[in-house]
Write a protein that binds this ligand. Structure first.
Ligand SMILES: [Ca+2]
Length: 433
């Protein structure tokens, strides 16, 4: 049995195995790596043992990969957060940046606008200057033409169109005494005077020669003048005495103080209705400039105009007459205040005169056409500033014509005495003249 049994058994197993094919029906684990047979427990263990190291290696690799992926995810998250924070920061800073750049742009635009305006302004200035240059060129051309005309005129022989009389003397009476009987322009040279000067002499057929020192006719000359102008004289002398002038304080001073011979001053007035009047003053003279051409006379001789130089009681104040008298007053102009007033009479009244505080007679005043004028007409000061002689017309009446003229007092005395006897009476009242 022994041998035959084992052979039989092996044969059976062999026949059985050769006849066995593993299928899903008879094998719980079907894998080709197990071959065509169902694996035994040991076979599975062997299988597993064979593959485990490799599997562990794979798992380790997988773990490493997972860890790397995890690390990468964390890094990604970190980067993502950084990017997000950066975006948030950008978004928060962006408006300021925009505002800054907007402001800069505005500034640039404003600057450009400013430069454009400057350019426009400069263009206007250039245009103005160009026009001025053109205008000046025209004026220069006109002046050149005028110069050429004047040069041409200068080539012609000089002809004096104003007739000046040949006779001369120390005053107009002296000239008349030499035989002159025609009124007109004469040169006179007072004694102790180096140079002669021109005056208008009014000479009548009886041989009375008046030297005119002031003439108002038509308001053509502005009598608001300064000290120098009143000193030197202003206005125009004319052969027919139809122009306004002030001979000059220095000349009047030279005439009236040249010798011991006293002069008389005659004041002649004409109102706007054609009525005339006069006033005569004896021993009239003007002091030197050092004494501000102080006016001095001995007495009022007479005349229907009345004695305004003696002052006038206007009824405003008891001292009116005293403070409006003129005898002994220094001359004042707006730039040389020598009056007796806290203010400046000459400045207020726009004239030069022997101001006190201020005047009752004022023949260098403002020229008012028609005669009557008002405080309103007188300007800001509101004071009477016309051509006034208050003993004949009110201080609100301005003369149409005036003249002031000199003649040796002896001649006046003879003239008045011969005509009316008034002067003799005057002399009798006042004594020894
Ligand atoms: Ca004063």
């Amino acid at each position: 049995m022994k041998f035959s049994i084992w052979v039989s058994l092996l044969a059976f197993l062999f026949s059985t195995c050769t006849a066995y094919v593993a299928t899903r029906d008879n094998c719980c684990i079907l894998d080709e790596r197990f071959g065509n047979y169902c694996p035994t427990t040991c076979g599975i263990a062997d299988f597993l043992n064979r593959y485990q190291p490799e599997t562990d290696q794979y798992l380790q690799v997988l773990e490493n990969m997972l860890e790397q992926i995890s690390n990468s995810s964390a890094l990604t998250d970190q980067l993502f957060n950084q990017i997000r924070n950066a975006n948030i920061l950008d978004r928060t800073t962006q408006p300021n940046v925009v505002t800054t750049y907007t402001q800069k742009s505005r500034d640039i635009i404003n600057e450009v606008t400013r430069y454009e305006n400057t350019i426009v302004n400069h263009e206007n200035t250039i245009q103005f200057l160009t026009e001025m240059v053109v205008s000046n060129n025209d004026k220069i051309a006109a002046l050149k033409q005028k110069t050429a005309q004047l040069e041409a005129q200068c080539q012609r022989p000089c002809q004096d169109t104003v007739q000046i009389q040949e006779l001369t003397g120390r005053d107009c009476q002296d000239i008349a005494n030499k035989g002159a009987r025609q009124s007109g322009l004469y040169f006179i040279r007072p004694q102790k005077t180096k140079e002669q000067f021109l005056v208008y002499c009014e000479i009548d057929q009886a041989g009375n020669g008046w030297t005119i020192i002031q003439r108002r006719l038509d308001g053509s000359e502005d009598f608001r003048k300064n000290w120098i102008q009143y000193k030197e004289g202003f206005g125009h002398l004319s052969p027919n005495d139809q122009t306004e002038f002030w001979l000059g304080n220095e000349k009047t001073h030279l005439i009236t103080t040249q010798s011991a011979v006293p002069y008389a001053l005659r004041i002649e007035l004409e109102d706007w209705s054609g009525q005339r009047s006069h006033a005569d003053y004896a021993h009239f003279k003007l002091g030197a400039e050092a004494d501000k051409y102080r006016m001095i006379y001995a007495f009022f001789v007479g005349g229907d105009a009345g004695d305004a130089f003696d002052g006038f009681d206007f009824g405003d104040d008891p001292s009116d007459k005293f403070f409006t008298s003129h005898n002994g007053m220094q001359f004042s102009t707006y730039d040389s205040d020598n009056d007796k007033y806290d203010g400046n009479c000459a400045e207020q009244d726009g004239s030069g005169w022997w101001m006190n505080r201020c005047h009752a007679g004022h023949l260098n005043g403002k020229y008012y056409r028609g005669g009557d004028y008002t405080e309103k007409d007188a300007g800001p000061s509101g004071y009477d500033n016309g051509i006034i002689w208050v003993t004949w017309r009110s201080r609100w009446y301005s003369m149409k014509k005036t003249s002031m003229k000199l003649i040796p007092f002896s001649r006046l005395a003879a003239l008045e005495g011969g005509q009316t006897g008034e002067i003799k009476q005057g002399l009798g009242n006042r004594g020894d003249i």
